[in-house]
Design a protein around this ligand. Structure first.
Ligand code: PXP
Length: 244
């Protein structure tokens, strides 16, 4: 039977547009419901320390309203662990977080933060939440993620995406091989394997073809396409309205 990959739709950037005007639209909760109805297997969102996009209200409503799974990306802080334990998403993805970064720039350093990661994994798993760790596709990080008790690792595809955007074929090949090798190793040691970050309609196929990968989490490119593909209808509707 053909393998099916789960799609987690990250709706953070719908909230980025909302927050640019400190208003109520577009509502990421509405976006989550539509993505859910359209066939997303999961809604992914990252409540950041500075709440630059989604917030607790969005998380709670999405958890209540959607029928697929909720995947909360979170830094390993006391505040975020408490929030996860309260809202109980189906899955959490542990990510590093720096205030200044534009997006999550590197994978979580599980090797360097082992005890902290292990403690967080254990608290979340005790509450029945699946734990995924976002890491660079490096053997040592993968091994430590398993040792920390994670259920899954999400391999960071950012370097691959960057190489793809630069049209650097050699680098694309190198980065793709790193991800393939990481995926194989992770599966061998008993982890579920996911991938994400910087994936677009143009670069996603070679990643989706990696046999071990069960789930992809994609945000920016889907939101970008939603804005553009919806533009025609939105403008036509306004022209009609003001001329009625
Ligand atoms: N996976 C993780 C762990 C992320 O932090 C992000 C970005 O929030 C994504 C996937 C989605 O990345 P993008 O918006 O580039 O598709």
């Amino acid at each position: 039977m053909k393998r099916r990959i789960r799609l987690g739709v990250n709706i953070d950037h719908v909230a980025t547009v909302r927050n640019a005007r400190r208003t109520f639209e577009p509502d990421p909760v509405h976006a989550a419901v539509i993505a859910d109805l359209a066939g997303a297997d999961q809604i992914t969102l990252h409540v950041r320390e500075d709440r630059r996009h989604v917030n607790e209200r969005d998380l709670k409503l999405i958890k209540e309203l959607i029928h697929s799974r909720v995947n909360l990306e979170m830094a390993i802080t006391k505040e975020m662990i408490e929030l996860a334990l309260k809202v109980k998403p189906h899955q959490t993805t542990l990510v590093p977080e720096k205030r200044q970064e534009i997006t999550t720039e590197g994978g979580l350093d599980v090797v360097g933060n082992f005890e902290k990661v292990k403690e967080a994994v254990s608290k979340l798993k005790e509450a029945g939440i699946t734990v995924n760790i976002f890491i660079d596709p490096e053997e040592e990080q993968i091994r430590k993620a398993k040792e920390a008790g994670a259920d899954a690792v999400e391999l960071h595809t950012g370097a691959y995406a960057e190489a793809f955007a630069e049209n650097d074929e050699e680098k694309v090949k190198r980065e793709l091989n790193r991800i393939k090798k990481g995926a194989k190793f992770a599966k061998e040691i008993g982890l579920k394997v996911y991938a994400g970050h910087g994936l677009t309609y143009k670069n996603v196929k070679p990643i989706a073809q990696i046999e071990e990968i069960e789930e992809l989490n994609i945000g920016h490119s889907i939101v970008a396409n939603a804005i553009l593909l919806g533009m025609k209808e939105a403008v036509e509707k306004m022209v009609r309205l003001i001329n009625e």
